[in-house]
Design a protein around this ligand. Sequence first.
Ligand code: FES
Length: 165
Amino acid sequence: MEKNHNVSRRQFLTYALLGTGGFMAAGLIMPMVRFGVDPILQADAEDDMIDVVGVDELTDVPQAFDMEYEQDHGWHVEQVTETVWMFLEGDEVVALSPTCTHLGCTVSWGTDADNPEQFFCPCHFGRFERDGTNVPGTPPTEPLHRYDHEVRDGRVLLGSPSPQL
Ligand code: FES
């Protein structure tokens, strides 16, 4: 009876040591695995740029374009459509978020009859200049966010919007 008890204790110690050793090994190996696959993850990040429109469709007047992509939530994939205001400033592509920086309503271009050359937010009469700068004296306190972009083979690809401040 006593012998069985000792064996059982020995087995317990063996399992405990194996478990602890395994846990420590995982702690050492996982960062190395992460380091090894990091370039793959970086490549995915690059491909997060979304093809939205041909440069030849842009004018110097802001137009709304749809940016469509799939968002993976882990348990399901959602089809997302975002609107982006885009125009040309000389040769430079400008892509602005339509989300008002006051409380998140949607702005549109030229819909305020008194200020046809501005973005207008109907919720609290927020206004933004053509480059997204908020008009002083209106509710928004920062410019419209601007999308990262690049032009590849005549197409405009967009990344994520960031604050202009
Ligand atoms: S949400 Fe646009 S002005 Fe308030």
